[in-house]
Ligand binder design. Structure first.
Ligand code: UDP
Ligand code: MG
Length: 139
């Protein structure tokens, strides 16, 4: 089951611009089932922990600032091959390199403010789902 699930966040820029509905529509139209979802806001400690892997990168401070500046929509998505298929739907980190029709091509402003998160492996998907949702919140 876990291998068929991935974790996503509609990042603060998506919420600010009113893109929640359009992005969720694209996700469900692409065959993903939403099995957990909430609107929430990460604290500085949350964002630092979630993105710990990037803590030595030059953009880390900006990333934490961006991800904590307003609410996000956190969700767990289920589909065959969820992690890989969702990364394809999301598109490249830099929207200038993202393929036509991808969420980042459509909605991301820059490599920093890039609209959505998608887990990069099954192991990280499991960690990230558990970071934001208890078992009782996953359906
Ligand atoms: N990021 C950034 N500058 C960069 C690379 C990444 O601000 O040069 C931000 C961006 O919001 C990205 C996040 O850090 O989504 C995590 O980076 P990662 O390389 O994991 O990209 P992703 O997996 O989100 O495509
Ligand atoms: Mg990543």
């Amino acid at each position: 089951m876990v291998t068929n699930r991935t974790f996503t966040m509609l990042k603060p820029d998506s919420v600010e611009k009113g893109h929640i509905g359009s992005i969720l529509e694209k996700i469900t139209a692409s065959g993903f089932r939403i099995v957990a979802m909430k609107i929430t806001q990460m604290t500085k400690a949350d964002a630092e922990a979630f993105y710990e892997i990037h803590k030595e990168r030059p953009f880390f401070g900006e990333l934490v600032e961006y991800m904590t500046r307003g609410p996000i929509v956190a969700a767990i998505l289920e589909k065959e091959n969820a992690v890989e298929d969702f990364r394809t739907l999301v598109g490249a980190t830099n929207p200038e390199e993202a393929a036509e029709g991808t969420i980042r091509k459509l909605y991301a402003a820059s490599i920093g403010e890039n609209a959505v998160h998608g887990s990069d492996s099954n192991d990280n998907a499991a960690i990230e789902c558990a970071f934001h949702f208890s078992g009782r919140e996953q359906f």
